[in-house]
Structure formats: structure tokens, C-alpha cells
Ligand binder design. Structure first.
Ligand code: FMN
Length: 366
């Protein structure tokens, strides 16, 4: 592949991954208008290049909670990375280690935080927490996480009700995944994936399973999760306060979409928020992140670090979020698709983003 970009990686992932998996990653929810609107609104964020500045552009490095990062970029939590490439989470973690960026491990990841830490010993690992119905079990999980030298806790709050993803239900890729003739045919049509991803996974660790569940409740992706580890529908600010009390490091609330919730996060003691519509995957009829970002930033004031995500396909898109005022930007699908091409392409992607960001800064774009 010569100088590929997001659309090349996406096309490759479309070819290589079983259709059900590709659609699970790529598509949105409901009528899937949010992803399109996100792109349209992002494209309207324009720059006014300056001529003859004659100055050295300010560096991209950022220091956050005592750790320096090479750029204000974060590899977002994406649960099924280990189904996109064999041990996909470890590729993402190693890329984060190499480029001195954070990688946020998901609660629903199929590789454990312990395993990822072993494979990327110097990486800045963040951990994304979905709070379970039995919140005591979530607090127990945090004890595991603390032992893995995790820098930051990211609590996702926008997934308390199951998203409407009809195509997943139709093609059998609900959670749990339902075995069917159609699914078997889809897998059979993707021998590269079967041989390079599923087979080595099964040989190494058995059927993919949710390894952050308590050991007595661990289920494969083909079994219903026990109710105690289903997502907590009644999640409240009181629950977040309990988590805050048991986590000494920095804590971020992910999935904030209005100024009022940014104020509540601040009051609760959060150090940062992620303004996110979950990549258009959870609720279609909401404003895009770019549209709500200014009011959320104003409400956050100086006390909260504000991060943003959604639709990022290039360094230019990252700069668009920074221009509107985000301090850092998360990349979800793009590194995931690069992973399907091979681990060196994650490096390539990050280098490409950073070099484009530097060029835009040189144009006086920030
Ligand atoms: C396949 C997939 C799985 C995801 N899993 C999680 C998750 O487990 N927890 C979470 O907080 N966000 C999850 N997200 C959302 C991302 O963290 C991020 O908010 C979103 O993907 C950003 O949009 P983008 O993909 O357009 O960059 C997931 C996204 C995708 C595409």
C-alpha cells in the first residue's frame, strides 16, 4: 500500500473483515444520519491561513496530569480491537507507546488490561469503565486496573440504554453474537480473517471472551452476559462520586453532550470530559460534537480538560476540533481500520496525522 489514507484503510477493512464485524464497526444507529452530519459540520470548520509569519510554530507536545505526550491525540476505547487483528489491542498500545500518546483500554476489550500492560510496558494506558449493574463489581475491577499502572480512568456515561442498530440484529451480530447459517457463510467468505485473526485467538486463549468480567462470570461473545455485569441503566452522579472516591488518579467522564452535564462533572470532581456522540453509534437524533463544543467549553471553564471525538479521518480533522477549543482529540475507527492492515500502518497513520497537524500550525491555523 502506497501512502494510504483513512479511506484506503477502511476499504481494506471492508474487504478483510466479515461483513457483520465491519458493519458493527463502521455503521451508526437509527437512521445513521449523525455520522453524515458530523462529517458535514466538521468540513465546515475552516482555517484562515496567515502569510509571512516568520515564527516557529508552537510544538504539539502537551503535558497532562504529570505526563508529557507528543501530540494532543488519544487512541479511543474500541471494544473489539482484538477481532480486527490478532491481539489488536496490543498493536494499538504499542503504537501509543512508540508515539507517546495515550491508549484507552475498553471494559469490553477481549484482551485484559494485565495482558496489554505486559505487551506495552511503557505505554500510557488509560482505562475506560462501563459501570455494571452491580457497581461493587465495577469497583473490584478498578482494583485490577490500579495494579496495572493505569494513568487515567475514563468513565463512559452515554451507553445506559441499548442502541438501536437494526442491521446488527438482522445479521446476527447482536450482543451476544447468535450463530447462524448466514453468519457461518459470512465467516467462510473471509478466510484471511479466519486464519489470521480468529484461529490464532482461539488457539491462544480460546473463544473470544470478556476478560474484564469477574472470573466466575466470564462469558464468550456468543453467550449472554450475566445480569450483574450488564450496563447500569440507573447510572447517576452519585455512582460517579463513589467511583471518584475510589480512584486517586485523574478521572474523565466520556459522553458529555451538554453544558449542564459538564457543570455536574466539574462539581462531582472530574478532571476532564470527553464531548462525544460515541461515533454516532448510540443515539442518532442529537447535535454533532462540533455544534455543542463551544457551550460545553464555556461551562467547563478552566477547571476541566475538554476532549472531543467523532468523525476524525485526518490530522486536519484533529485540528478542526482543536480550533473550536478542544484540548485533546480521540481517534476511534481510524486506528482500528489501520490495525486491520497491519501494525506498522497504525504508526504510519499517526505519523501522517501529526505531520498534517504540524503543517496546519505552520500555516498559522492555530
Ligand atoms: C467498534 C467500536 C467500539 C467502541 N467501543 C467503545 C467502548 O467500549 N467504550 C467507549 O466508551 N466507546 C467506544 N466506542 C466509541 C469510541 O471510543 C469513540 O467515541 C468513537 O469511535 C469516536 O468516533 P470515530 O470512530 O468516528 O473516531 C467504540 C467505537 C467503535 C467504532
Amino acid at each position: 500500500m502506497k501512502e494510504p489514507d483513512f479511506s484506503d484503510f477502511r476499504s481494506l477493512a471492508r474487504r478483510r473483515l466479515p461483513k457483520v464485524l465491519f458493519e458493527y464497526i463502521d455503521r451508526g444507529c437509527g437512521d445513521e444520519t449523525l455520522a453524515k452530519r458530523t462529517r458535514d459540520v466538521l468540513d465546515q470548520v475552516l482555517f484562515q491561513p496567515r502569510a509571512l509569519l516568520g515564527t516557529t510554530p508552537k510544538p504539539l507536545k502537551i503535558t497532562l496530569w504529570g505526563r508529557e505526550y507528543d501530540a494532543p491525540l488519544i487512541i479511543a476505547p474500541t471494544a473489539l480491537a482484538a477481532m480486527v487483528a490478532f491481539q489488536g489491542d496490543s498493536h494499538l498500545a504499542r503504537a501509543a507507546e512508540k508515539h507517546r500518546l495515550p491508549f484507552c483500554v475498553a471494559t469490553q476489550s477481549l484482551m485484559s488490561i494485565e495482558q496489554i500492560r505486559r505487551m506495552a510496558p511503557a505505554a500510557s494506558l488509560w482505562f475506560q469503565l462501563y459501570v455494571w449493574k452491580d457497581i461493587e463489581l465495577s469497583l473490584d475491577l478498578l482494583e485490577r486496573v490500579k495494579r496495572c499502572d493505569v494513568d487515567v480512568l475514563v468513565v463512559t456515561v452515554d451507553t445506559t440504554i441499548p442502541p438501536r442498530r437494526k442491521y446488527n440484529e438482522r445479521n446476527g451480530f447482536g450482543m451476544p453474537i447468535r450463530p447462524s447459517f448466514r453468519l457461518a457463510a459470512d465467516l467462510a467468505l473471509h478466510p484471511h480473517w479466519l486464519l489470521k485473526v480468529l484461529l490464532p485467538t482461539i488457539l491462544k486463549t480460546g473463544m473470544p471472551s470478556y476478560v474484564h468480567y469477574p472470573s466466575t462470570m466470564r462469558t464468550t461473545v456468543f453467550r449472554e452476559s450475566p445480569p450483574a455485569v450488564s450496563l447500569r441503566r440507573t447510572l447517576s452522579w452519585n455512582d460517579l462520586s463513589r467511583i471518584r472516591d475510589s480512584w486517586v488518579g485523574a478521572m474523565i467522564v466520556k459522553g458529555i453532550t451538554c453544558a449542564e452535564d459538564a457543570c455536574s462533572a466539574k462539581k462531582m470532581g472530574a478532571d476532564g470530559i470527553v464531548v462525544s456522540s460515541h461515533g454516532g453509534r448510540n443515539f442518532d437524533a442529537q447535535a454533532t460534537v462540533i455544534e455543542i463544543l463551544p457551550s460545553v467549553i464555556e461551562a467547563a471553564g478552566k477547571d476541566l480538560i475538554v476532549m472531543a471525538d467523532g468523525g476524525v479521518r485526518s490530522g486536519l480533522d484533529v485540528m478542526r476540533y482543536l480550533k473550536i477549543g478542544a484540548h485533546l482529540v480521540l481517534m476511534g475507527r481510524s486506528p482500528l481500520y489501520a490495525t486491520s492492515a497491519g501494525s506498522r500502518y497504525i504508526d504510519y497513520l499517526i505519523n501522517d496525522y501529526i505531520s498534517e497537524m504540524k503543517n496546519i500550525i505552520e500555516l498559522g491555523g492555530l
